[in-house]
Design a protein around this ligand. Structure first.
Ligand SMILES: CC(C)(COP(=O)(O)OP(=O)(O)OC[C@H]1O[C@@H](n2cnc3c(N)ncnc32)[C@H](O)[C@@H]1OP(=O)(O)O)[C@@H](O)C(=O)NCCC(=O)NCCS
Length: 138
C-alpha cells in the first residue's frame, strides 16, 4: 500500500539516503526539511520518495526538492507526491529544474507545469541553466 503523508523526524535517515542517491536533487540538510512543507511517499512501510516545498505568499508556493528512491522510480511516486502538494495549494506553484534533467522536466510537463523563464548559470557544479516552471492550482 502507498500513502503520502507529512514527513517526520523518524523519516530523515531514509530521506538523506534517497537524497544521496539522487545527484540531480538539491542537497540540503535534511533536518531543515522539518520546518518546510515536507511530505513523504511510503510504500509498504518504506520511504519511497520525498518532496519539500515552501509557501512564498498566501497564493504562491515553491517546490524546493523532490527525489524518489531509484528502486521505486517510474512507478508513479513523484506524481503522487506532486498531486498531494498541488491539491493542497490554491494559487501558483513554482519550481526550478536543471536544463539537462529531462526526466524531471517530462514529469512536470506531464502534470501541466509550464516553462516561464530560463536563468542562465543559475546552478553551480556543474554550471547550468535553470528552467523556471509554474503550475496554477485552483
Ligand atoms: C524525476 C523523478 C523525481 C521522477 O520520479 P518518479 O517517481 O520516477 O516519476 P513517476 O513515476 O511519477 O513518473 C511520472 C511521469 O514522469 C515522466 N518521467 C519520470 N521519469 C522519467 C524518465 N526517467 N524518463 C522520461 N520520463 C520520465 C514520465 O512521463 C512518467 O510517466 P510514465 O512512467 O507513465 O511514462 C526521479 O527520477 C528522481 O528522483 N530523480 C532524481 C532527483 C531529481 O531529478 N529531482 C528533481 C529535481 S528538480
Amino acid at each position: 500500500m502507498r500513502v503520502v503523508r507529512r514527513g517526520e523526524f523518524a523519516d530523515l535517515d531514509a530521506v538523506r539516503e534517497i537524497q544521496d542517491l539522487s545527484p540531480e536533487a538539491a542537497h540540503w540538510r535534511v533536518e531543515d526539511y522539518l520546518e518546510q512543507d515536507f511530505r513523504v511517499a511510503v510504500h509498504d512501510g518504506r520511504i519511497a520518495g520525498f518532496l519539500v516545498a515552501r509557501r512564498l505568499a498566501p497564493d504562491e508556493a515553491e517546490l524546493l526538492n523532490l527525489a524518489v528512491e531509484p528502486e521505486f522510480r517510474r512507478t508513479g511516486v513523484a506524481i503522487s507526491l506532486l498531486d498531494a502538494l498541488i491539491s493542497d495549494y490554491r494559487g501558483t506553484v513554482f519550481l526550478e529544474v536543471r536544463e539537462s534533467n529531462s526526466a524531471a522536466r517530462k514529469l512536470y510537463k506531464r502534470l501541466g507545469f509550464q516553462e516561464v523563464a530560463r536563468r542562465q548559470e543559475y546552478y553551480k557544479e556543474p554550471l547550468e541553466t535553470a528552467i523556471v516552471m509554474k503550475f496554477h492550482s485552483c
